[in-house]
Structures are given as structure tokens and as C-alpha cells.
Design a protein around this ligand. Structure first.
Ligand code: UDP
Ligand code: MG
Length: 312
């Protein structure tokens, strides 16, 4: 096995950190190569997500004069972090054996990379980087993240708490991932669905060394909303539940009026009954919308983990 590693780095306007980060990652790759844990052809793959600063010029320079192989892909405009990671993974699966995705600002602790490789060498197909300490995040970011993971759990979505996109995946895992054809991506929600052998490394999230966060509040909310709506249709049950309750209440009021002769306005009773019936009807439509939504994602029906040699 050649163990060719591709470290995938999405970068959007990261001119202030890129040279430093690539230097750090280069040292890690060289050390792993010296220890014969990874192939000498292992490389860094930087995805420039439509930067408007000097990021691409830096990538081009690094690709010419670095100690390890540095490759770059430049998007025509900003397509977002998830698409940048996806592009990197799909490119790397063509020639690498294993991939690690890590943010350009190295807030995800790059010192964990050798540990991830060790866990890969021990037979794991996926190694999650899990932030066990978010002191370096703002109060808002920390609390909103906590709320998000609780909500996802409540909605029954399988997701690894405090894991973003710092992750090792073998090419086998990336090949399975590539069978998911949806356009709207929330990659960390798809990985637990692959069903391969996994492990995790804990790390303390670092402070950004320079530059500002490129994840605006809007981008963060979009990502969280995507996570909720792409992986759960539970919210579509809200009209059914409300409609059922309104209808029940209306019926009880009607009975009180008709049987027990309590004086209740018929206007009020019809409001509950009609409102309940409308909501319930919406709930029925929502059931079909949910089914259609799941259908058009074209997610694979099953994923093959192994085959015997003679049935290829
Ligand atoms: N990023 C990207 N496209 C975007 C926004 C961010 O490729 O539209 C990259 C960014 O360059 C970094 C990673 O995604 O490598 C995480 O972004 P950032 O560090 O700004 O987010 P935060 O750590 O503050 O959540
Ligand atoms: Mg960051």
C-alpha cells in the first residue's frame, strides 16, 4: 500500500495566513514521509474559493517552490467552503490513498495530523477531528454551536458533536461519499451515513493566527439551516401536529356546545375546526413534499464495503 496523502485546504481570501500554514503543513508531510508512514508523492491541495486578494498568486508561487508537492485549484467565484472541500476530495480521489481536510487558518490543530495518520494505519477508514475545547471561540459562536448540536440530536440527525470538517478519509470513504449526488452540501452530515470504521482525535481549537473569519453570521446560519433541513423532514410534521390539536380542540368545543349546552360562540368553534382542517391538509401535502425532497436527492440505496475478488 502506498499511503499517498492529500491534505486538502479550502482557502477564501487567506493571503495573511497561507504562507505560514503551508509551511507548517509541509513540515508535517516531510516528517511523516521520513518516518515512512506516507508516500513521498503525498501533496497539499489548496482550493481557492474565488478569493479576491492575493491568495491565488500565493498558491501559484507555492506550487513552484515548495519542498513538497503543492497543487492548486481556483474557483471562478466564491462557491462556499463545503463546495471547496467537495472539489478537493473529488480531485484527490483520482490519485491519493487518503485525504485530510483542514481549514487554511489551522484553527483545527495541525499537530493532530500525525495522530490521524496513525489511526488510519491502525485500520480506520475515517478519523474525525473533534474540538473538545472551544475557549478560543466567541461566546456567541460557542453557544450557537451547542444549541445547533442539541437541535440536530432532537431531530434525530446523526452527527458527531463538535466535529466540523477536519477529518481524515480514505479514498474508499471518498468514493462512497461521491455516490451522494445532492447539490446542497452539509458534508459532516453525510459522513456518518457511510458506515465505515471510524475513530476520533480530540483537540483544542486554536485561535486564528491572522485575518478574520470568512464565515459571516449569514454563512454560518445558512450552513446550520442546511444541516437541519437537508437531513431531517421532522419540521414538516409541524402543521400535522398543530392541525390535529386544533381539530381536536374544535371538536371538544362543539361537543360541549351541542351535548352539554355550554354557551360557546359558534364563530370560535368553526375557527378552530376550519383552522385545524386547513393545517392538517397542509400537513398531508408536506408529507408528499418531504418524500419528493428525499427522492430528488438521489442518495444511494446502499453502499458496498467489500467484494470478493471474483465478482468484480
Ligand atoms: N472558506 C471558504 N469559502 C468561504 C468561507 C470560508 O473556502 O466562503 C474557508 C476559509 O478560507 C477557511 C475555512 O473555510 O479555510 C473556514 O473558514 P473560517 O476560518 O473563516 O471560519 P471559522 O473558523 O471562523 O468558522
Ligand atoms: Mg477558522
Amino acid at each position: 500500500m502506498s499511503n499517498k496523502l492529500a491534505i486538502i485546504v479550502p482557502a477564501y481570501n487567506e493571503e495573511k495566513v497561507l504562507n505560514h500554514s503551508v509551511g507548517v503543513l509541509e513540515d508535517i508531510l516531510l516528517k511523516l514521509q521520513r518516518q515512512n508512514k506516507i508516500d513521498d508523492q503525498s501533496y497539499l491541495l489548496i482550493i481557492d474559493d474565488g478569493s479576491t486578494d492575493q491568495t491565488w498568486a500565493i498558491v501559484q508561487k507555492l506550487s513552484k517552490n515548495s519542498l513538497v508537492n503543492v497543487k492548486g485549484i481556483r474557483f471562478s467565484r466564491n462557491f462556499g467552503h463545503q463546495n471547496a472541500i467537495w472539489a478537493g476530495l473529488m480531485q484527490a480521489k483520482e490519485d491519493a490513498d487518503l485525504t485530510i481536510t483542514i481549514d487554511a487558518d489551522l484553527q483545527d490543530d495541525s499537530k493532530m495530523i500525525p495522530k490521524m495518520v496513525d489511526q488510519y494505519l491502525a485500520g480506520n477508514q475515517i478519523v474525525y477531528g473533534v474540538r473538545n475545547n472551544r475557549d478560543s471561540d466567541s461566546f456567541f459562536k460557542r453557544e450557537s454551536a451547542n444549541m445547533f448540536y442539541k437541535l440536530m440530536n432532537l431531530l434525530g440527525v446523526k452527527i458527531i458533536p463538535n466535529h466540523a470538517d477536519f477529518r481524515l478519509m480514505t479514498v474508499k470513504a471518498v468514493n462512497l461519499l461521491s455516490q451522494y449526488h445532492e447539490r446542497q452540501l452539509f458534508i459532516r452530515g453525510l459522513i456518518p451515513q457511510l458506515g465505515l470504521s471510524t475513530s476520533k482525535v480530540d483537540y483544542k481549537r486554536q485561535k486564528r493566527i491572522a485575518g478574520e473569519s470568512k464565515y459571516t453570521i449569514q454563512k454560518m446560519l445558512d450552513l446550520a439551516w442546511n444541516g437541519i433541513t437537508l437531513f431531517s423532514t421532522s419540521l414538516l410534521k409541524v402543521p400535522t401536529i398543530l392541525g390535529g390539536e386544533f381539530l381536536l380542540l374544535g371538536t371538544v368545543l362543539l361537543l360541549e356546545h351541542a351535548v352539554w349546552k355550554h354557551s360557546i360562540s359558534m364563530n370560535l368553534i368553526s375557527l378552530w375546526i376550519i383552522g385545524g382542517a386547513i393545517l392538517l391538509s397542509l400537513g398531508i401535502i408536506a408529507e408528499y413534499v418531504g418524500k419528493t425532497f428525499n427522492e430528488i436527492k438521489h442518495r444511494p440505496r446502499y453502499l458496498v464495503a467489500e467484494r470478493t475478488d471474483n465478482n468484480e
